[in-house]
Design a protein around this ligand. Sequence first.
Ligand SMILES: [Zn+2]
Length: 116
Amino acid sequence: MVRKLEKPLRMKIRTGDLVQIISGKDKGQRGRVQRVFPRENRVIVEGLNLVWKHQKPRRLDQKGTKIQIPAPLHASKVMLVCPHCDKPTRVGRVRGQDGKLHRVCKKCGEMIDATK
Ligand SMILES: [Zn+2]
């Protein structure tokens, strides 16, 4: 039997979701997901988990500068904020009437993607 090396690339968090950070220095803060990295199970949240990057000068007359950019954090450190009950929640999946899988809030049971 051929062993499957890669896990299915399915994440509970998607680009554009509102999430709350549940651990680390930005704990409790909320932001929009800018990018997801399913392979690493990491997300970039806009304006949060900022780190300083040092940029080298590209030309002789330029100086190197420090810029702040959001660093990826592990998906387990963020929770999706439900657009219906406004709470950080776990995500379930149900099959809708259209036969597709939809994400649901485990707290209020509402579909999460229906509002988009
Ligand atoms: Zn909810």
